[in-house]
Design a protein around this ligand. Sequence first.
Ligand SMILES: Nc1ncnc2c1ncn2[C@@H]1O[C@H](COP(=O)(O)OP(=O)(O)O)[C@@H](O)[C@H]1O
Ligand SMILES: O=C(O)C1=C[C@@H](OP(=O)(O)O)[C@@H](O)[C@H](O)C1
Ligand SMILES: [Mg+2]
Length: 169
Amino acid sequence: MRPKAVIIGPPGSGKSTIGTALAERLGVPLRDTDADVERAAGKPIGEIFIDEGEDRFRELERAAVAAALAEHEGVVALGGGAVLAAETQELLAGHAVVYLRVGLSEAIKRVGLASARPLLVLNPRSQMRKLLEERLPIYERLGTVHVDTDGREPADIVAEVAKALEGAR
Ligand SMILES: Nc1ncnc2c1ncn2[C@@H]1O[C@H](COP(=O)(O)OP(=O)(O)O)[C@@H](O)[C@H]1O
Ligand SMILES: O=C(O)C1=C[C@@H](OP(=O)(O)O)[C@@H](O)[C@H](O)C1
Ligand SMILES: [Mg+2]
């Protein structure tokens, strides 16, 4: 068994939000790998970065993603940087991978409203720009379904994702 969909994209693209709504629509559970990492470490992501460093976070993240892809039958939402790992890129082959696109300005606006993301605490705009430059080609390559999110309501995005998944089956 495999997940019905795996959601990737930059921070603020709406992976957790759209993942939750998509899972509800499909009547399946959501697994958010950031939450799995926090549970495994027994602390929030911000504290993992501070206490143990980003490398340790990425190690926990690789393990959380591998477990979710192997055993979760619902929707999986990844953290934005999970796709940087070669191991994860390989594991995603053959899955229904939904890439949520978001522009720089809208991503910045959205993460400003959400809880702290350690990579974006200092100079969020230039950090986000750098991160997008590095990762966009990876998201584009791995996504089997690409969906624009700028200026769109979550319900509208979820409807498009569900339809695309239906068509891809
Ligand atoms: N389509 C959208 N339009 C407006 N705000 C959104 C949209 N999708 C997500 N958000 C908001 O943006 C913030 C980040 O969303 P989140 O789902 O946590 O993104 P991610 O998991 O990709 O980092 C949240 O406050 C969420 O409510
Ligand atoms: O882009 C990243 O490297 C990260 C994104 C975060 O998840 P979201 O993309 O859900 O914000 C979280 O995994 C961590 O702060 C690192
Ligand atoms: Mg998220």
